[in-house]
Design a binder for this molecule. Structure first.
Ligand SMILES: Cc1ncc(COP(=O)(O)O)c(C=O)c1O
Length: 405
C-alpha cells in the first residue's frame, strides 16, 4: 500500500470509487424480519403507544443496564424534555466540539450554554475545563460521547455530584459504545440516544432516554405526551415527542443486530489504521484502554505539514475519488451563527477545539463496507500523500483561477 505510485484521481489517475463511497449507509435488518410486526401494527391499528414501544424500551434498558428507558421522537426532543423535567436553569456547561443539537435543550429551556474545551487526544470534553467553569449559576453539565468514544464518565460524575448539578450525556452516538467493558447508558442523571438513519440503531427518526431515576422517567413519559398524564389536565409544558410503533419496531430489530454491526465497524477501523500504518500526518481519536467506540463516525485529523495537504485540500482530492467526507465539527458550536450570540466560553478558551475543528476529517464508514473498500480508502490517502506537491499546485492553480488572479 505505502509503495503506491498510482496517481490520485484529481491528477488524472483512475477513480477509486466510480460509484461513489457514501459517508454513511444505514445497516437495516432484512425486510422479512419486519413482516410479522408490520402486520400486527396494521391489523391492530395501534400505531403509537403500543407494544413495540414498550418492547423497545425494555430492550434498551436491558442493554444499558438501567431501570428505565423512555422512547422519544428524536435525541433532540429527548434533550429538550430532559432539561424541562430536571428543571435545569442558569448556565449549562458543555463542549463546543459536538453536534449543534447538543445545546438546543438548554436554550429551549431559557438556560444558557457555557462552551468548554476538549481533551486533545480523546476529543471528549475535558473534565478539568468543566470543573474550572463551575459557578453558582451552573445548572447542569452535558457531555457527548463524541463519535462514539465514551466520555470521561467517572470524573464528570464526581464533578457533577460535588457541584450538586445534573449530568446529562448526549449519547446520540452511544449505541455500541462501552465504558469499562459495559455498554454506555447508565451514567450520570440520564443518557439520551439518537436513532436517526446515521446511527447504529435506527428507528428512521427516534431517540431514547436511559436512566436509573424512576421519577425522571415517569415525568418524561408525561412530557413526551404534551405534559398530559392521561386525564387531560396538563401538568407541564411538554411536546408531542412520541416514538411511533413503526419506528419502535425498526429500532427493536436493529438492536438485535447491534453487536455484529459495532464489531464490524471496529474491525474495519482497525484494518484502515493498520493499512495507514506509518502514513505521516493522519491521526485518529484516542480510545482509552477498556473503552470501546461505536465508531458512529470515523474521524481523523490531518496535520497539513506532515501530510503535505490541508484537511480542506484532502476533502477536494477525496471527492475526485468518489469519496464522501464531512468536516465534523467545523464550525464547532461556538463559531456557529446562532451559538455565537448565546452563552459564553469557559475561562480557558477553546484552543483544542479550534485546532481540531480545522483539521478533523470524517471518512466513510458503514458495517456494509467491504474490506476492499477500506483498502481503497487507505490507498486514496496514501497516493494523495505521495503526490501531495502536485495536488497542492493543482488546487492552488484552481483557486487563483476562481479568484480571477
Ligand atoms: C451529538 C449529537 N447530538 C444530538 C443529535 C441529534 O439527534 P436527533 O437527530 O436524533 O435529534 C445528533 C445527531 O446526529 C448528534 O450527533
Amino acid at each position: 500500500m505505502s509503495n503506491s505510485a498510482n496517481k490520485p484521481a484529481i491528477l488524472g489517475g483512475a477513480v477509486l470509487f466510480e460509484r461513489g463511497l457514501n459517508l454513511a449507509t444505514p445497516d437495516l435488518p432484512p425486510v422479512e424480519s419486519f413482516f410479522e410486526g408490520l402486520c400486527s401494527i396494521i391489523d391492530t391499528g395501534v400505531l403509537t403507544k403500543g407494544k413495540f414501544l414498550r418492547e423497545f424500551e425494555r430492550a434498551v434498558a436491558a442493554l444499558a443496564g438501567t431501570k428505565e428507558a423512555v422512547g422519544v421522537s428524536s435525541c433532540t426532543s429527548g434533550l429538550l424534555l430532559v432539561h424541562k423535567c430536571l428543571k435545569i436553569e442558569g448556565e449549562v456547561i458543555l463542549p463546543s466540539f459536538t453536534f449543534m443539537a447538543s445545546a438546543l435543550g438548554i436554550v429551549w429551556n431559557n438556560a444558557s450554554p457555557v462552551f468548554v474545551d476538549i481533551d486533545p487526544q480523546t476529543w471528549n470534553v475535558d473534565p478539568a475545563k468543566v470543573e474550572e467553569s463551575l459557578t453558582e449559576r451552573t445548572g447542569a453539565i452535558i457531555a457527548t460521547h463524541v463519535f462514539g468514544n465514551p466520555a470521561n464518565v467517572d470524573e464528570l460524575w464526581r464533578i457533577a455530584q460535588k457541584a450538586g448539578v445534573p449530568l446529562v450525556f448526549d449519547a446520540a452516538h452511544g449505541f455500541g459504545s462501552r465504558h469499562n467493558g459495559v455498554p454506555v447508558g447508565g451514567s450520570g442523571s440520564c443518557e439520551v440516544f439518537s436513532c436517526s438513519p446515521t446511527k447504529l440503531v435506527i428507528c428512521g427518526e427516534g431517540g431514547v432516554v436511559t436512566t436509573n431515576n424512576e421519577e425522571l422517567a415517569c415525568e418524561l413519559r408525561c412530557a413526551r405526551e404534551y405534559g398530559n398524564v392521561g386525564n387531560y389536565d396538563l401538568v407541564l409544558p411538554g411536546l408531542n415527542a412520541r416514538l411511533p410503533e413503526f419506528n419502535a419496531l425498526l429500532g427493536l430489530k436493529g438492536l438485535e443486530r447491534l453487536e455484529g454491526v459495532v464489531q464490524r465497524r471496529n474491525y474495519l477501523v482497525g484494518r484502515l489504521k493498520q493499512l495507514l500504518g506509518d502514513l505521516p500526518g493522519v491521526q485518529f481519536q484516542k480510545v482509552l484502554d477498556g473503552e470501546r467506540s461505536s465508531y458512529k463516525d470515523l474521524t481523523c485529523r490531518i496535520d497539513a505539514v506532515e501530510f503535505g495537504l490541508s484537511r480542506d485540500e484532502v476533502v477536494q482530492a477525496l471527492a475526485a475519488e468518489g469519496i464522501d467526507t464531512r468536516n465534523y465539527y467545523d464550525p464547532p458550536c461556538h463559531k456557529q451563527t446562532y451559538w455565537r450570540t448565546q452563552g459564553r466560553i469557559g475561562p480557558s478558551g477553546l484552543v483544542n477545539t479550534e485546532q481540531l475543528s480545522k483539521s478533523a476529517l470524517t471518512l466513510p464508514l458503514s458495517s456494509r463496507l467491504l474490506d476492499a473498500d477500506i483498502d481503497n480508502l487507505a490507498e486514496a490517502l496514501w497516493r494523495l500523500h505521495k503526490h501531495c506537491s502536485s495536488v497542492k499546485r493543482l488546487l492552488a492553480g484552481r483557486s487563483s483561477q476562481q479568484a480571477g488572479v
